[in-house]
Design a protein around this ligand. Structure first.
Ligand code: ACM
Length: 522
């Protein structure tokens, strides 16, 4: 009898402490990535129940869609049957309320204020993008298992308080090289979902290179039928039809992500040169290429057909691109004489502008005369990026030594290269875009982008090993003021995202610098 009693007592204690452990009450202890600008805890908790619904102020289709995005995230795991409803007033106790108001100008176009009381989750923003980012924070305030696709046991509680949050940089991106190895539409969409979860807003797609041409151009069909037919290692390659590409663009748009398409030129063009003999100086098509060398190909900058080709490609691409930018590459044109390269880049800028878009290019393009609004993507040579700044251009920060996702973590990394550096998770996190090159100042910088080149990665699993967990750090660099960032504090929050990334089905690299099994997990 005595034994039984103490066993019962133990059981009761376990239940009480178990319950306490999963009742979050201190909002300031939550592990939000990117770290919000301001968090004021109030020491209670809000309970998501089967009575909870999402109320959207007004009848706007866009806001309803945002509300539905949250419901679709929460319902499979919580099984609470959360519905989205419109309302003209603050809803009753127990609900989530999304509303827009222009008044709070500090929040900008992407910021939000999230006030959680025992009674209500109240999310406000000036623009739909702000609501969307607030929803990403709500996801992270719930237990990691909320990310699972199957029904889980509750409770579903959130700590109370107020979060005010807005980004430092307007451009927070990643890049996927779909040219060296092709990635299927579903793989690209999966990356888009992951970027959205960490409040990133650009995906740059590297759509053409020596090894493959990946976007259908109806006026030059061999680019894909021939130029898209292989990849590094000789696999079957692939390409996106214009319809598939538009589907990706729309999927991204619905998640407040802009696709920046890149057609790399005048170098990195073997796939085009293999598809059309007339683009070559000697009039002969090259062989398809499946190796990983760079710098051996060039469009013929002296032939008029080259510019007709570029105009057709840019025109078709611009028609598929709601975003403002088209990226023209311009990197590593080692087979193009500099006296040919400069007028070529000048002329291609004009073509992009004539098609209604702004020009993006790797830092070498700053050797030419930059047109107004052209953006220089710093990856290799600070002196090039500085030339861009001197011409009044904005700079996107993608320093290969700090931000290249295809760089190995260390010499034991399974995938990746190390020509720029080994980039462990701390090194990827511990830098400030506005304090890297003295001549490139905060006001010159539009943001940060972490590119994944795919010479050594051919599928989602291999890509995720290199992208995660470093992407979370780049998301934080782009969003959170540098004064609030600190590796020792960040690595604890990151550890708590291990379970969350697993629940999101992300195959991340379990860096030894992070105590993934540490205490205090949610
Ligand atoms: C580059 O990494 N070639 C831009």
């Amino acid at each position: 009898m005595k034994f039984k009693k103490s066993a019962l007592y133990l059981l009761a204690l376990t239940a009480i402490f178990g319950q306490m452990a999963c009742t979050p009450t201190d909002l300031s202890k939550e592990n939000i990535i990117p770290k919000p600008v301001s968090v004021v805890p109030t020491g209670d908790s809000f309970d998501l129940t089967d009575q909870t619904d999402i109320y959207v102020q007004g009848e706007s289709a866009e806001q309803l869609q945002i509300g539905q995005y949250l419901a679709d995230k929460l319902n499979p795991s919580t099984g609470l049957g959360i519905e989205v409803k419109t309302t003209s007033e603050v809803p009753a106790s127990g609900n989530i309320y999304l509303s827009l108001s222009e008044n709070d100008t500090e929040l900008g176009d992407e910021g939000y204020e999230l006030t959680i009381t025992e009674k209500l989750v109240n999310l406000t923003a000036r623009k739909p993008a702000g609501l969307f980012y607030g929803l990403q924070t709500i996801r992270q305030l719930l237990p990691s298992k909320v990310e699972l696709a199957t029904a889980q046991q509750g409770p579903w509680k959130m700590a109370t308080g107020t979060i005010r949050d807005y980004p430092v940089y307007g451009y927070r991106g990643s890049m996927l090289d779909v040219a060296r190895h092709f990635f299927e539409v579903e793989e690209v969409k999966s990356l888009i979902d992951q970027l959205a979860a960490y409040k990133m807003n650009v995906l740059h797609l590297h759509l053409s290179d020596d090894q493959g041409w990946r976007i259908e151009i109806k006026s030059w069909p061999n680019l894909t039928t021939h130029g898209g037919s292989t990849e590094v290692g000789g696999g079957p390659g692939g390409f996106y039809t214009q319809e598939q590409y538009s589907d990706i663009v729309k999927y991204a748009q619905d998640r407040f992500i802009t696709i920046v398409p890149e057609i790399d030129m005048p170098g990195h063009t073997n796939a085009a040169l293999a598809s059309y003999p007339e683009l070559n100086a000697d009039g002969k098509a090259t062989e398809l290429y499946t190796g990983i060398e760079v710098g051996f190909s060039s469009l013929d900058t002296h032939k008029e057909i080259t510019y007709k080709f570029i105009d057709d490609v840019i025109r078709e691409l611009a028609a598929l691109t709601p975003g403002q930018y088209i990226h023209i590459g311009g990197d590593e044109s080692h087979s193009t004489k500099i006296e040919d390269y400069i007028p070529f880049i000048n002329r291609v800028q004009d073509i992009v502008i004539a098609n209604g878009k702004q020009v993006f290019g790797w830092d070498e393009i700053a050797l030419s005369t930059l047109k107004p609004n052209t953006v220089v993507q710093y990856w290799a040579k600070a002196e090039n990026a500085i030339k861009g700044v001197e011409q009044g251009a904005k700079v996107l920060m993608s320093p290969s030594k700090n931000a290249y996702l295809d760089m190995q973590y260390d010499s034991t990394s399974t995938f990746g290269l190390h020509w720029a550096a080994y980039i462990e998770v701390d090194k990827g996190y511990n830098w400030d875009p506005a304090n890297l090159v003295p001549e490139i100042k905060r006001e010159n910088i539009i943001g940060i982008e972490a590119p994944l080149w795919s010479e050594t990665v051919s599928n989602r699993y291999e890509a995720e090993y290199l992208i995660f967990p470093r992407l979370l750090g780049y998301a934080e660099i782009g969003w959170t003021p540098v004064e609030l960032r600190n590796w020792d504090e960040y690595k604890v929050r990151l550890a708590n995202h291990g379970e969350r990334m697993k629940a999101m089905n992300i195959s991340f690299y379990p860096s030894k610098l992070v105590d993934w099994e540490g205490t205090g997990k949610k």
